[in-house]
Design a protein around this ligand. Structure first.
Ligand SMILES: [Zn+2]
Length: 309
């Protein structure tokens, strides 16, 4: 679509900030991306990282005047004060991202949300959850994150950190977790933890391998890889069912790098969910793969449109 067309339509600017990439797009009220681009997240100090983002924003915005800006960012973040401290962007600690973006984009509403919340919101808006009113979105990657949409609205929580599905405890006597607790979903289902678990079982002990290799081996029938995916799936299912009975939902969407494993993850997750979800109001619980490649970016834009109504 040409820049002229983008300028003629009302848009918001969506931003998706992660440790690997940063994306920006002009998005219309019906969820259409009119123009967008992405860059690799640079290393460097706070101003160097922001300079790269600023160039991206300027390029994507062109001559248009977006009505609002929605930012989805890796956490942790301080929503109230507009500060971000993404674990994988070491140059940004309590970085005033909202103020810095506003200085570039003028006096329009600027919203900030967790990347997992934006993922759930994006899939709810125009992905696998578009027919649902209440949705749990899960991102399974180097960690396990997520977001909840309840009765059509994102559940933010008191501090902006609702739906930390990766740290739902599913085995209180279980493995230690990076958060300091025990038996969290993430301790069984994240890519690195599944790889470590498989290696403890004797899978490819000498090699530098990742979750994609584990998934390929599982798909080829390797029993150690299959057993490890089943453990991860069981933990995910327990976390899903705990959340489903708490907020009363029937739609779960899973994305992220590890979800690209496909049936070797989704088949056992669905089998475990069927086994664990026994109360009538969660008996129809469905777990589906994410449909969008840019759910976080769209969710950030949705958040911006919501700020205007
Ligand atoms: Zn944890």
């Amino acid at each position: 679509m040409s820049d002229d067309t983008a300028m003629a339509r009302e848009t918001v600017l969506g931003l998706d900030i992660g440790g690997t990439k940063m994306a920006a797009a002009l998005v219309s009220a019906d969820g259409t991306i009119l123009t967008g681009d992405l860059i690799r997240t640079p290393a460097g100090d706070a101003d160097e990282v922001f300079a790269a983002l600023g160039e991206l924003i300027t390029r994507v915005r062109g001559d248009s005047s977006p009505l609002a800006v929605g930012i989805g960012s890796a956490g942790p973040l301080d929503q109230q004060h507009g500060l971000v401290s993404p674990v994988n962007i070491p140059g940004w600690r309590n970085f005033p991202l909202v103020d810095r973006v506003r200085a570039l984009t003028g006096d329009v509403p600027v919203t900030l949300g967790m990347d997992g919340h934006c993922f759930a919101l994006g899939e709810f808006w125009s992905g696998a959850g578009r027919d649902a009113d209440t949705l749990l979105g899960i991102v399974v990657s180097t960690g396990v994150g997520g977001g909840l949409v309840v009765d059509g609205k994102p559940l933010i929580g008191q501090s902006g950190n609702a739906a930390h599905i990766g740290h739902v405890v599913v085995d209180q006597d279980g493995e230690s977790c990076a958060c300091g607790s025990y038996g969290c979903v993430e301790a069984y289902a994240s890519g690195p933890r599944m790889v470590a678990r498989a290696k403890r079982r004797g899978w490819r002990t000498d090699e530098d391998v990742d979750a994609a290799v584990l998934a390929a081996d599982a798909a080829a029938g390797d029993e150690l890889a299959l057993a490890t995916f089943d453990d991860g799936a069981q933990a995910l299912a327990a976390g899903i069912v705990a959340t489903a009975v708490t907020v009363d939902l029937t739609t779960v969407v899973i994305g992220g790098g590890v979800a690209k494993a496909g049936p070797v993850l989704f088949d056992p997750v669905q089998a475990w969910v069927k086994k664990l979800a026994q109360l009538p109001f969660v008996a129809e619980l469905t777990v589906e793969p994410a449909q969008l490649d840019n759910a976080g970016l769209l969710g950030a834009a949705h958040q911006a449109w919501a700020a205007l109504t």
